[in-house]
Design a protein around this ligand. Structure first.
Ligand code: GDP
Length: 173
């Protein structure tokens, strides 16, 4: 049986230190390093997801730096992206505010059919949670986003999130 293969561009956006690089590291290498260097500008890597029975989706992942000084570079990465993961830290309500403004920007400026997932990261830090799950999920529903509560540290829902995005990619027969 022949395999179907398709490649898509994915961009990660979100405030600095919410865990973007850690999520990519967990997804691509199944690892978590507590003391990673922060991303300068943007980092690139690829990782594939297998969808049963015979489809392989390869993501070209652009992990952008969250610092304000790199903000003007973001359009270069999301302009022709097929999908985006907008990340916030569920122990920081200001990071959710920042995520919402990235979503707005994407919905105005990125391609019309971009698939956006909202990742509420650091789900392992339950006692420090500042963002209510229902509120965030409701916002995501209204804005037409996939919503996952993830932990790059434990791996919770990380593969599931990328798989759900892969399942929404347009694949031609
Ligand atoms: P980025 O700037 O958004 O790429 O964030 P990083 O991936 O560099 O992570 C920022 C900090 O948060 C680092 O100290 C990570 O170890 C930590 N971190 C990232 N994801 C998680 C997570 O899911 N749980 C916990 N407890 N810490 C995390």
């Amino acid at each position: 049986m022949s395999e179907r293969f398709a490649q898509f561009k994915l961009v990660l956006l979100g405030e600095s230190a919410v865990g973007k690089s850690s999520l990519v590291n967990r997804f691509a290498k199944d690892r978590f390093d507590e003391f990673r260097q922060s991303t300068i500008g943007a980092a690139f890597l690829t990782q594939s997801v297998r969808l049963e029975p015979d489809t392989v989706i390869k993501f070209e992942i652009w992990d952008t730096a969250g610092q304000e000084r790199y903000k003007s570079l973001a359009p270069m990465y999301y302009r022709n992206a097929n999908c985006a993961v907008v990340v916030f830290d569920l122990t920081s309500s200001t990071s959710l505010g920042r995520a919402k403004s990235w979503v707005k920007e994407l919905q105005l400026q990125a391609s019309d059919n971009i698939v956006i997932a909202l990742a509420a990261n650091k789900a392992d830090l339950t006692s420090k949670r500042q963002v209510d799950r229902e509120e965030a999920a409701e916002y995501a529903r209204e804005a037409g986003l996939l919503y996952f509560e993830t932990s790059a540290k434990t791996g919770e829902s990380v593969k599931e999130m990328f798989k759900a995005i892969a399942e929404r990619m347009p694949i031609e027969d």
